[in-house]
Design a protein around this ligand. Structure first.
Ligand code: GLV
Length: 312
């Protein structure tokens, strides 16, 4: 009988098999298992899940760490998790790179008026528009965690006039950063392409609403890569109808998928993608998780540890 600790993976099994390869190679002292093959429940010490199974404390009495298999933890119901169980968000290079690619693509698309050219093509209209330089385009990112920071660094390197906003003060080289409710109006007033990379919390639910849109310069655009419930749908439709907003690129909605016939599906100024902006990359994620297991074993601070009060 083995007494190896079990690392249980409960998410997409195809990606789980790639995690397993990294664990077998680099951590043979750990018994890596993919749900529902849980093995001896008493030996389960670590769990990586998108949605954890119910009744964790009873099912896995020796669980020491819970990892989210994604960047967000809003899908966890903290009220049913053991209060002292450390919860860790996925902060890994693959997910960061994916988000940088998606947002850069969306910003360049908006900056170079591609939504308008796509509409013009459908109308067989050949109509050049003024080309503005990146330095003349003011781009702003809401949320300055590892994703928001990496996105701003990339956009800055492309020459955009960048700014950031977050709940608490942050510093990013070469990027003016605003903080707190008092810093929001000045940030919004200068932002022509707004990118939302905020986590879903009570404070960010419904944040993308009419009052926020009204503070942007007329004709601004939105790139929503946060979470669906942050956006007030009716307010987006009204802002697009009035021209206060020109375009919206949405990777997240509420619910996902949107119901058939929802106005976003066919809106000429909305681009929808099915929550694919970024995904955890199994190979780099497993490396980061192994590093965190080592940190846990040696008492070092965990990377991506969730502050339950804060909600992310
Ligand atoms: C995706 O949205 C994630 O949280 O990884």
């Amino acid at each position: 009988m083995t007494s190896k600790p079990i690392f249980l993976y409960k998410s997409d099994p195809v990606r789980g098999r790639l995690w397993a390869e990294v664990f077998h190679r680099q951590a043979p002292h750990i018994d890596f298992r993919i749900w529902p093959d849980i093995g001896d429940a008493e030996r389960v010490r670590y769990l990586a899940a998108w949605v954890p199974p119910p009744d964790l404390a009873h099912q896995f009495p020796n669980l020491e760490l819970l990892f989210s298999s994604g960047a967000g933890v809003d899908q966890f119901d903290f009220s049913v998790l053991p209060p002292a169980l450390p919860v860790v968000r996925m902060v890994e290079p693959g997910i960061v790179q994916g988000m940088v690619e998606y947002v850069t693509h969306a910003v360049l698309d908006l900056h170079r008026d591609m939504p308008r050219y796509r509409r013009q093509q459908r109308e067989q209209c050949w109509q050049p528009l003024q080309v503005r330089t990146a330095a003349e385009r003011r781009v702003g990112v809401l949320g300055l965690g590892s994703l928001g920071t990496a996105v701003l660094q990339q956009l800055r390197s492309l020459g955009f006039d960048c700014a950031g906003w977050s709940r608490t003060p942050h510093e990013i080289e070469g990027v003016p950063c605003h903080a707190g409710p008092e810093g929001l109006p000045a940030f919004l007033a200068r932002t022509e392409i707004l990118i939302c990379l905020l986590p879903l919390t009570e404070a960010t639910q419904g944040l993308l609403n009419a009052s926020l849109f009204a503070q942007l310069p007329p004709g601004a655009s939105l790139v929503q890569v946060g979470r669906g419930p942050q956006l007030v749908e009716a307010d987006l439709l009204a802002a697009l109808a009035s021209g206060q907003l020109a375009e919206a690129c949405l990777d997240v909605t509420d619910p996902e998928p949107l119901p058939a016939g929802h106005p976003f599906w066919t809106h000429p100024h909305i681009r929808l993608t099915p929550h694919i902006a970024s995904m955890t990359q199994p190979l780099s994620a497993a490396e980061v998780v192994l590093d965190n297991l080592l940190r846990h074993a040696t008492g070092a601070p965990l990377l991506g540890l969730v502050d339950r009060q804060r909600g992310y």
